[in-house]
Design a protein around this ligand. Structure first.
Ligand code: NAP
Length: 322
């Protein structure tokens, strides 16, 4: 039995927290790359990555790490992507693919694109998978299984390079879709960014209540609040950058949300049970649709493995050809 060759020779991960370390774990488990080199901003993270054995090499310099890599994935907060592109641009190997995992795509394309040499294939990506945890300890190889990864290559990007990155993500267990960056940002504004904003708001509101004690909020959190607290525990730096980078799309969705919440407020004030019932019936059908297409599981959130549940298995490594 002959093993198929890895898709890429050397993967450089710039930033190796939740997402970067999950890519490292999955890529190695699947034999998708021959070697992994990783960088992190702080010495503490680099030390931890070395202790966990997540990469063949852990380096301090982003510029040195990308030299000789045929796949570079930038896994840092979106607000830092432009500066990092400027730093690594002159050191990227001709013919290499440069990608990222940022939750906003328009700003990433705008900030990174101008710093990249024409000899490099720029294929921005967003794996729509995550948890509220951060750092290299939080990652796991199955994070991307049955989740979507959206590629947003700028017009004119080499089709073969795009297909190869798509194959890489499929090997990690993801389904792959392609979108224009601005459309991605609009879609994610409603499916991810606005829900996070609502969670951050409601948890803050509960924290400021005078008439209900904090211990009561915690004690009775299973009434719905608990799910918001999980989302509102997500990384503050990452989410600050998401809202700054996706300002227009988030404001558009927030405007619509405010109009709709005014309608529900009016229905409650007027005792309009019919309006409330019809609205809740419609939203229940959306939930049913999400379950039916397999985008939710008994795991508590975003596919995060529950201690009592086995994580979904990685797809069979493309182990063998006869
Ligand atoms: P994370 O766990 O906090 O890891 C971030 C990594 O980036 C760390 O290695 C960190 O190094 C490094 N870093 C932070 N600021 C930097 C800077 N200014 N310059 C260079 N490196 C820097 O974050 P994550 O959850 O993996 O998120 C990374 C990216 O994935 C973000 O763009 C986010 O939008 C996207 N994303 C996140 C999720 C999610 O659910 N978390 C899902 C999909 C996509 P130190 O540890 O040394 O600071």
């Amino acid at each position: 039995m002959k093993k198929q060759a890895p898709l890429f020779n050397r993967l450089a991960l710039i930033g190796i927290g939740l997402i970067g370390s999950s890519i490292a774990r999955a890529a190695r488990a699947q034999g998708a790359v021959r070697s992994v080199v990783a960088t992190a901003r702080s010495a503490a993270t680099r030390k931890r990555v070395a202790e966990l054995g997540l990469a063949d090499q852990v380096m301090e310099s982003n510029a040195a790490a990308v030299e000789g890599a045929d796949l570079v994935i930038v896994c840092i907060p979106v607000g830092a992507c432009g500066a990092v592109a400027k730093e690594i641009g002159p050191h990227l190997a001709a013919g290499a693919t440069l990608s990222d995992v940022g939750s906003v795509k328009g700003a990433v394309v705008r900030d990174m694109g101008p710093h990249l040499p024409k000899t490099v294939h720029f294929v921005p990506a967003h794996p729509v998978a995550g948890t509220e945890y951060s750092g290299p300890d939080a990652g796991f190889a199955e994070l991307f299984v049955n989740r979507w990864c959206i590629l947003t290559p700028p017009e004119g990007t080499d089709a073969k390079a795009v297909d190869k990155l798509a194959a890489f993500w499929r090997l990690l267990g993801a389904h792959v879709d392609r979108m224009a960056p601005d459309h991605h940002d609009l879609v994610l504004a409603i499916t991810s960014h606005l829900p996070h904003l609502i969670a951050y708001t409601i948890v803050g509101t509960a924290d400021e209540l005078q008439t209900v004690t904090r211990s009561e909020v915690l004690k009775f959190s299973a009434g719905g609040f608990r799910d918001f607290t999980r989302i509102a525990a997500s990384d503050p730096t990452m989410w600050r950058d998401v809202f700054l980078a996706n300002k227009d799309a988030v404001l558009e969705m927030l405007g619509r949300f405010n109009e709709d919440i005014s309608l529900l407020t009016k229905a409650i004030r007027n005792g309009d049970g019919k309006a409330l019932f019809e609205h809740f019936e419609r939203t229940r059908a959306i939930r049913k649709g999400i379950v039916e297409i397999g985008q939710d599981s008994p795991a508590p959130d975003f596919g995060r493995p529950h201690p009592g549940l086995k994580p979904e298995p990685l797809p069979k490594p493309y182990a063998a050809e006869d």
